[in-house]
Design a protein around this ligand. Structure first.
Ligand code: AMP
Length: 208
């Protein structure tokens, strides 16, 4: 299965992506995680992304798409993947189409997790608190002011992406305000239906 999860910061994409990765035995490709790793390793990409991430702005499309394209060619993506946090702009969505088309692969489902934006700040605060309590580093962009910027960026850029996937018939919107289990159940129901309706072949012939 090749799955895209869309949703604002704090919607629960990461949690659901990890659940799906275990269930379908396919990797979770989080562009946020990949970029944070690049920042930590002080790579060239990391240096270009660091300030933008810190201020809640999006990293330029060519950088992010390059990171994703490299990752998609790894062997573990051959039978599928879950994209978490990508695409976030229409240019990224179009570039992803080109990359997949060149490998005769396609996305099976795009799941948009819809949440009440008023609840996001509380969720992000909880995430930061949980990290603090478990001795994990707290994300520097999990800060109330930066969060406002991240939500604004998301809202500004995601609409054409959502429309694009709706037009091509891949979009499924779910209610992300319930419990983690309830959200998982909705996603599982969608993916079960998709698996029945789409001929999900093991992609022996494709590079993914
Ligand atoms: P996330 O962990 O998905 O909340 O992403 C953290 C930050 O990484 C975002 O606020 C952006 O600065 C950057 N980022 C992650 N994914 C993308 C993307 N697809 N396009 C542009 N910037 C991204």
């Amino acid at each position: 299965m090749r799955i895209i999860l869309l949703g604002p910061p704090g919607a629960g994409k990461g949690t659901q992506a990890r659940h799906l990765a275990t269930e379908y035995r396919i990797p979770q490709l989080s562009t946020g995680d990949m970029l944070r790793a690049a920042v930590s390793s002080r790579s060239d990409i990391g240096r270009r992304a660091a300030d933008l991430m810190q201020s809640g702005e999006l990293v330029p499309d060519d950088i992010v798409t390059g990171v994703v394209a490299d990752r998609l060619f790894h062997e573990d993506c051959r039978t599928g993947f879950i994209l978490d946090g990508f695409p976030r702009t229409i240019v990224q969505a179009q570039d992803l189409q080109k990359i997949l088309r060149s490998s005769h692969a396609q996305i099976d489902a795009v799941i948009s997790i819809s949440v009440d934006e008023n609840a996001l700040a509380a969720r992000i605060e909880r995430r930061a608190e949980e990290a603090r309590l478990s001795g994990q580093p707290v994300r520097t962009d999990d800060d109330p002011e930066v969060l406002k910027k991240r939500i604004h960026e998301f809202r500004q850029k995601i609409e054409p992406v959502v429309e694009f996937y709706e037009t091509v018939g891949l979009l499924h919107t779910i209610d992300g305000m319930g419990s983690i289990e309830r959200v998982s159940q909705q996603i599982d129901a969608i993916l079960s239906a998709v698996r029945l309706s789409v001929n999900v072949k093991p992609t022996v012939a494709s590079r993914f």
